[in-house]
Write a protein that binds this ligand. Structure first.
Ligand SMILES: Nc1ncnc2c1ncn2[C@@H]1O[C@H](COP(=O)(O)OP(=O)(O)OP(=O)(O)O)[C@@H](O)[C@H]1O
Ligand SMILES: [Mg+2]
Length: 255
């Protein structure tokens, strides 16, 4: 009996995000757009996962639904132990502030706050205290030391993106959701950011779910989920660039 693996054994991967039958449509004017069409997908704790698919395939919508930023029309999302579809707007705000991190495709930095103030935003709006040493480390790894007193409008797109990444990680969230986190970075800086995210996963048990168009970015991850027309159509484990290109070509996906 003692050799049996119980359901709570550490060898059983813990699911931290479980989406079931998610549907989301947009459009009150003209034809409706089906952004998510019965998506069921789960993500494991301590893994770096990527979501890939053509433009308009529903990647951002899925990430927003998984992080409680958008409500699906139907289906269920359990993230960090909470059933998001049953939570009030205030409960969702607190869950996001305290336990989740999000890097937006369009950064969403607060224009009236400096980089340093943006990075510690969750604490400024009542979230848990942020560990200064950890923030100093993030700032240094992301090369932001000389930019801390700058406002978003005074920074390049790549610098704003790195501030957004630091902000998402600053309060040590259970899960980091990142929508094209390297989309505005040159390949060298992008590679460093991805290496850092992978280290955070492997050394600190961070869970990262990242949307990307870039097959090379996806090779830093443990798993890639492919979306097409609002549906999960495929996935790959520990993918090489060739694996990813083969999946994309098989579906004729222009990502
Ligand atoms: N707020 C919205 N109002 C209307 N339609 C929307 C809205 N958000 C998304 N859509 C539509 O839903 C579909 C999926 O959009 P989504 O932004 O999730 O795609 P995506 O895969 O992230 O694309 P991209 O790679 O270009 O960022 C698209 O057809 C898009 O036009
Ligand atoms: Mg998108």
């Amino acid at each position: 009996m003692s050799s049996q693996i119980s359901p709570t054994s550490p060898t059983v991967p813990k699911i931290v995000v479980q989406a079931t039958d998610l549907c989301k449509t947009f459009g009150t004017r003209g034809p409706t757009v089906t952004a998510l069409d019965r998506v069921s997908v789960s993500f494991t704790a301590g893994q770096f996962a990527a979501i890939m698919g053509p433009s308009g395939s529903g990647k951002s919508t899925l990430l927003h639904c998984l992080a409680g930023l958008e409500r699906p029309d139907s289906g269920s999302v359990v993230t960090a132990g909470a059933e998001l579809t049953r939570m009030s707007a205030d409960q969702l705000t607190m869950l996001r502030r305290d336990r989740l991190g999000f890097v937006f495709q369009s950064f969403n930095l607060i224009p009236t706050l400096t980089a340093a103030e943006n990075i510690t935003l969750s604490e400024r709006i009542g979230g848990p205290r942020i560990d200064r040493e950890w923030v100093d480390h993030l700032v240094s790894v992301l090369g932001l030391d000389q930019r801390l007193e700058y406002y978003p409008a005074e920074m390049s797109g790549g610098q704003q993106q790195r501030v957004a990444i630091a902000r998402a990680l600053a309060h040590r969230p259970i899960i980091v959701f990142a929508d094209e986190p390297t989309g505005n970075l040159d390949s060298h800086t992008g590679g460093e950011v991805l290496d850092f995210l992978r280290l955070a996963v492997e050394h600190m048990g961070q869970t990262v779910i990242m949307v990307t168009h870039d097959p090379l970015a996806a090779t830093h991850t443990h798993r890639v989920v492919f979306l097409y027309d609002g549906q999960v159509v495929d996935e790959a484990q520990n993918p090489t660039a060739q694996d990813i290109l083969a999946h994309i070509t098989a579906r004729r996906m222009a990502v």
